[in-house]
Design a protein around this ligand. Structure first.
Ligand code: FES
Length: 440
């Protein structure tokens, strides 16, 4: 096949020719031109997860991150409002805030010392008075640290968009909003806070490969076989139930039939979630203490409703994925067409026993950290996929499984964890962003 050109050299955009109903062209993973267009058309339009309000709990608290490769800063202003600002000086454009996080009364640019209020307003310019100032007016917003065009928060989760137009956050996230509810509802005090630092992994693979793997129920039995086998051997040496750290690894030992029983629910704009394959409820004293705290605040009936939900993970397309029962958020930063950084953040349930948060950290350390038993298996697969896609042995990547067998629901589609539904759903959104935009 003649490879389509994304730059219009074929007389049209060419993007649509990269996506088939059950396959995608390998150039979506390997072509730097496609990557540049994704920054503009996809990451430049979509709502992107920025951070959690607890990371800027007090007035003047700030947290720096990136959106579509652009430096931004999330900050709590003196009136309590949370803003997301471009981390760019209104003078000559220098990046203003160098620290990852901190607390300040004003942002001061290190180049010529212009200073900005925590809502981005230009506050002071050294030696700007007098005839040399010309018609310079420091009240002109063009000299500020400008706000992102749109910023919204849902139950503490802050999202922003580089585009001025598009659906509001709730409409955009649709049915996957329930997964944020699922996390926050688990807190007896109805509030989460980020704690325990951050794990970072730089993967030598395209950003989409990480998201495609999220609900891939076909891979654990092969990709994680050595880790699972080792955990099972250890488990056989025990007389009692396995400790939590071992149990969460052994849980990956699922049959194809078991994975087929797990539902995957997909929504507009590429979002989705998958049911859990491990019962997150415990029978030990710690879990009973937690349930008692939850019941004391919410009542036994409501606590039972909350704890009966078993979701393994969810995708907030295109830059985040959560694991509700393990209270973990993964944020995706595409660096280059073949390079991606993933940051993992963890949440503490306010009002729950502190030891429960220690389980969140244990899970992160043994399953998802860069030096864990499970994550390196996945990262090795991602790297191999990227390497293989650079070969001329074929142009198309298959997503055929259970094509046309989705259950169509009022709010989306449903299939199982061994279907390719979630991948096809992500590429429906990808094509919509890349060819039509949010207005379509
Ligand atoms: Fe920031 Fe000049 S570039 S003060």
């Amino acid at each position: 096949m003649q490879a389509p050109s994304p730059n219009g050299a074929n007389g049209h955009d060419g993007i649509a020719e990269l996506i088939r109903p059950a396959a995608v062209h390998r150039r979506v993973y390997t072509d730097p031109e496609i990557f540049a267009l994704e920054r503009e058309r996809l990451f430049g339009q979509a709502w992107l997860y920025v951070g959690h309000e607890s990371q800027v709990a007090n007035k003047g608290d700030f947290f720096t991150t990136e959106m579509a490769g652009q430096p931004v800063v999330m900050v709590r202003h003196s009136d309590g409002a949370v803003h997301v600002l471009f981390n760019r000086c209104g003078h000559r454009g220098a990046k203003v805030v160098g620290e990852r996080s901190g607390r300040t009364q004003a942002f001061v640019c290190s180049y010529h010392a212009w200073s900005f209020d925590t809502d981005g307003t230009l506050r002071h310019v050294p030696a700007h008075d007098g005839p040399r100032a010309g018609d310079f007016d420091m009240r002109d917003p063009c000299f500020s640290m400008r706000k992102l065009p749109r910023c919204e928060s849902y139950r503490g989760f802050v999202f922003a968009s580089l585009a001025a137009e598009g659906p509001d956050l709730r409409s955009y996230l649709g049915g996957v909003l329930a997964r944020i509810d699922d996390m926050v509802d688990r807190a007896p005090d109805d509030e989460l806070e980020v704690a325990g630092g951050c794990h970072k992994i730089v993967q030598n693979s395209n950003w989409k490969i990480f998201l495609e793997n999220t609900h891939d129920g076909l891979h654990p039995m092969s990709t994680h076989k050595s880790s699972i086998d080792a955990s099972r051997r250890q488990g056989r040496t025990l007389t009692g139930p396995p400790p939590f750290a071992l149990d969460v690894i052994m849980a990956n030992n699922q049959t194809l039939e078991n994975m087929d029983k797990l539902s995957v629910h997909a929504f507009d704009w590429g979002h989705s979630y998958m049911a859990g394959f491990r019962n997150p409820r415990g029978e030990d004293d710690l879990f009973k203490e937690y349930v008692a705290a939850l019941e004391a605040k919410k009542g036994a009936k409501r606590a039972e409703e909350i704890l009966s939900i078993n979701c393994h993970n969810a995708v907030f397309y295109p830059n985040a994925s959560v694991q509700p029962s393990f209270l973990q958020m993964r944020v995706i930063f595409p660096i280059a067409v073949d390079r991606t950084r993933v940051e993992m953040w963890f949440f503490r349930l306010k009002g729950a026993p502190e030891a429960l948060f220690e389980r969140t950290i244990t899970y992160a350390n043994v399953v998802h950290s860069p030096s864990s038993l499970i994550r390196p298996d996945d990262v090795t697969s991602y790297d191999r996929i990227q390497a293989g896609l650079g070969a001329d042995g074929g142009d198309w990547v298959s997503q055929h499984r259970d094509l046309d067998r989705d259950e169509v629901l009022n709010d989306g589609r449903r299939s199982s964890a061994v279907s390719d539904l979630s991948m096809r759903n992500q590429y429906r959104a990808w094509l919509r962003f890349m060819s039509e935009g949010q207005a379509a």
